[in-house]
Design a protein around this ligand. Structure first.
Ligand code: NAP
Ligand code: GDD
Length: 361
């Protein structure tokens, strides 16, 4: 059988790193595009790059999804059997500040790849587009499936809406095997530090170990359907293995608030909090703590405050996915529950904070 060759854009990101592992384990040759940056940006994939086992199977190329010619040339050279377009300005709040850049990368990025597949006549190449539950925005149905109408609420979501439709359009116009994975939020120890879950797991560990006093958050009443990125990477691959190209929702079907996430992380640390105040005056105060854990906090410390700075001009308040189609056709079953996800992230961030303390001692 001919070797499968994958090309991943956004390979240095959270999902890119897990997907590369999934594909290498399935004996693919994996090519990834990384950006030129002034500091190291390959932390999440260094363990793969440095593994001798993958020396002839894992290749990185400089490039930027906003550079059409580079994208075309890379695809022409690699001749991938599967392309996973994960590259994105993926931070929703930031997209309000840099909407044009976000659109160029997220919307036209997908178009550039699809145009390369079309103009190079790569009839056998399959294309995966990293679509998002942010498309549902102002939700039109209680739980969101492939048939729920979209109502994007940010420049990020609007850019991803274009990418969704251009993917569908190239599938229908040019018969390209192109699919959207409409993935709900997925987190992990490799999550970027400015996304809310990681901000909380890292921030609370820093407080517990005495590096910070307080963590500032925005809308703590926001509700999300959080899964584990490792599980979702496998589904990205599965979506491209089906006979017919289709779009799929991937979600856990369970929903929690940011506030709940904070409480569970505190519980993991051995800290009991009480919420006091309202609106931007709301804060979390320590009411009890496990003295055996030798934490660098004490009763009555305020460890969470709400700050206007982290509110968005418009926020997606409420997301919960209906992934029945993926369950039926792809055998999708969410493996990691919220407690396991929190535990894994908290343990990993404790190690990270302890290492940084050692480094600067
Ligand atoms: P991430 O950690 O922010 O990774 C984004 C990746 O895109 C990084 O490798 C980044 O490179 C790269 N990138 C950014 N701008 C680029 C450009 N101009 N040219 C080339 N590469 C560029 O995001 P993620 O959580 O892994 O998400 C992966 C994809 O899934 C994204 O498209 C995201 O929008 C989408 N998505 C994510 C979720 C989620 O909950 N995680 C849910 C639905 C959809 P650097 O490392 O150099 O910054
Ligand atoms: N980032 C952040 N920082 N979010 C906060 C904060 C804070 O301090 N405080 C509250 N939130 C709320 C946000 O307002 C939002 O409602 C929710 O927490 C989740 O925010 P993020 O973790 O930044 O993720 P997101 O849901 O906006 O976007 C992520 O998931 C999308 C899928 O639905 C990103 O990964 C997107 O790329 C992805 O498409």
């Amino acid at each position: 059988m001919k070797k499968k060759i994958a090309f991943i854009t956004g390979i240095t990101g959270q999902d890119g790193s897990y997907l590369a592992e999934v594909l290498l384990n399935k004996n693919y040759i994996v090519h990834g595009m990384k950006r030129k940056s002034s500091s190291f940006n390959t932390e999440r994939i260094d363990h793969i790059y440095e593994n001798k086992k993958y020396k002839k199977k894992f290749f990185l190329h400089y490039g930027d999804i906003s550079d059409s010619l580079r994208v075309l040339n890379l695809i022409n050279t690699i001749k991938p059997t599967e392309i996973y377009n994960l590259a994105a300005q993926s931070h929703v709040a930031t997209s309000f500040e840099i909407p044009e850049y976000t659109s160029d990368v997220n919307a036209l990025g997908a178009l550039r790849i699809l145009e390369a597949i079309r103009s190079l006549k790569l009839k056998k190449t399959r294309f995966y587009q990293a679509s998002s539950s942010e498309l549902y925005g102002k939700i039109q149905e209680k739980s969101q499936s492939e048939s729920t109408p979209f109502y994007p609420l940010s420049p990020y979501a609007v850019s991803k809406l274009y990418a969704f439709w251009i993917t569908k359009n190239y599938r229908e116009s040019f018969n390209i095997y192109a699919c959207n994975g409409i993935l709900f939020n997925h987190e992990s120890p490799r999550r970027g530090e400015t996304f809310v879950t990681r901000k909380i797991t890292l921030g609370l560990n820093r407080i517990a170990l005495g590096l910070d006093k307080c963590l500032y958050l925005g809308n703590i009443y926001s509700l999300r359907d959080w899964g584990h990125a490792r599980d979702y990477a496998l589904m990205q691959w599965k979506i491209l293995q089906q006979k017919k190209p289709e779009d799929y929702v991937v979600a856990t079907g369970k929903q929690y608030s940011v506030k709940f996430f904070v409480e569970r992380c505190c519980k993991f640390l051995g800290i009991k909090i009480k919420w006091v105040g309202k609106g931007t005056n709301e804060k979390a105060v320590i009411v009890d703590l496990d003295i055996k854990k030798k934490l660098k906090v004490k009763k009555n410390d305020v460890i969470i405050r709400v700050s206007k700075q982290y509110f968005r001009p418009l926020d997606v308040k409420n997301l919960i996915g209906n992934s029945k189609k993926a369950q039926k056709k792809l055998g999708w079953k969410p493996k990691t529950n919220i407690e396991d996800l929190i535990r894994e992230m908290m343990v990993s961030d404790r190690k990270e904070v302890l290492n940084s303390i050692k480094k600067y001692k």
